[in-house]
Design a binder for this molecule. Structure first.
Ligand code: SAM
Length: 303
């Protein structure tokens, strides 16, 4: 039987060392065989991570393949309501405390999903480690996507020491806390009280002392914030366009806006950005959303 799964490509001489590290992290998909491609090995992993790609693997004969699932901290998320499958997943890895079924899609103003607990501890709260930061999240209470970790690092590399940054849709704070390492001040707003509550916990446990959390609707920020920002992060891909004029008002001339949007054609939002006085420095695909649609990020210069 062949199965499509995430895989990481490593030189064959580093294969065993990487395999052991993936086992320790609970990330290796042990139900699938390692692929060989010349001098490289492709190790099957249970969820997307930096540098991973999709590959077709052969299942180990006699090893019951685990149901397809995504790992977020100590929680495995299934797309199927299968309690027996969930128990098997829970037993397969000591780092897991809960297995849930994702009942619906991400929806509503807070961008959250509904889950049913299938196995383990009855909670949707867990902790995720990302590039040296620890984020407490609650899958049902506030948005969080581990798939954006590479994107957060990409933006961090662009931040100059001492910048004043605004995260208009901050969730539990992963962008804000990441960028705070270089910025002088990060203002982080969200209108979901649970997200802001978790952000406070995350600020404390990551000792981020230069982030100002705000329980606020981004519609009001231009009216209440006394600063103009060097950089603005706008991570609300489905309806961020509505907030672009406010972002331009809040950004200093010559600043940068990272605008995330759902698109079905390259350049879809360029004309609107130019109309507001911005220049698109780069447009990149962040991740696919549905056939023919993807999340893109526009890096915009407000010169
Ligand atoms: N940036 C965070 C991250 O990467 O985990 C969260 C991004 S999530 C796609 C969008 C967030 O925007 C949600 O937490 C939601 O509650 C918040 N939100 C939606 N509408 C908003 C508004 N009008 N003002 C402030 N926050 C808003």
């Amino acid at each position: 039987m062949t199965i499509e799964q995430w895989g990481v490509r490593v030189p064959a001489r580093q294969g065993e060392e990487t395999r052991q590290a993936l086992i320790r992290e609970g990330a290796l998909d042990a139900s699938l065989k390692v692929l060989r491609d010349g001098d490289m090995l492709i190790l099957p992993i249970l969820s997307e991570q930096k540098g991973a790609d999709r590959f077709t693997f052969e299942a180990h004969p006699g090893r019951d393949p685990l149901l397809r699932h995504e790992l977020v901290g100590g929680i495995a998320i299934l797309q199927e309501d299968d309690m027996a499958g969930a128990e098997k997943i829970l037993a397969s890895r000591p780092s897991l405390h809960t297995v849930v079924y994702a009942k619906g899609e991400v929806s509503g103003e807070y961008r959250t999903r509904e889950f049913t607990i299938l196995a383990g501890k009855p909670t949707t709260r867990t902790q995720v480690t990302e590039h040296g930061h620890r984020f407490i999240i609650d899958l049902a209470g506030a948005y969080f996507s581990a798939r954006l970790s590479t994107e957060r690092q990409r933006i961090l590399e662009m931040v100059q020491d001492g910048e004043v940054v605004l995260d208009m849709f901050a969730g539990v704070g992963p962008f804000a806390i990441t960028l705070a390492a270089r910025a002088a001040l990060v203002v982080a707003a969200d209108l979901n009280p649970q997200a802001v509550g978790l952000m406070l916990e995350n600020l404390a446990q990551n000792r981020a002392r230069n982030v100002l959390p705000l329980l606020a609707d981004a519609r009001h920020l231009a009216g209440i914030l006394p600063w103009q920002f060097d950089r603005i992060v706008m991570n609300l891909p489905l309806s961020g366009t509505e907030f672009l004029p406010d972002a331009f008002r809040l950004c200093r001339q010559g600043g940068t806006i990272h605008f995330y949007a759902l698109v079905s054609a390259e350049g879809e939002h360029t004309a609107r950005i130019q109309e507001l006085g911005g220049t698109v420095l780069a447009e990149r695909e962040v991740r696919s959303y549905s056939p023919g649609q993807w999340h893109a990020v526009y890096d915009v210069w407000t010169g």
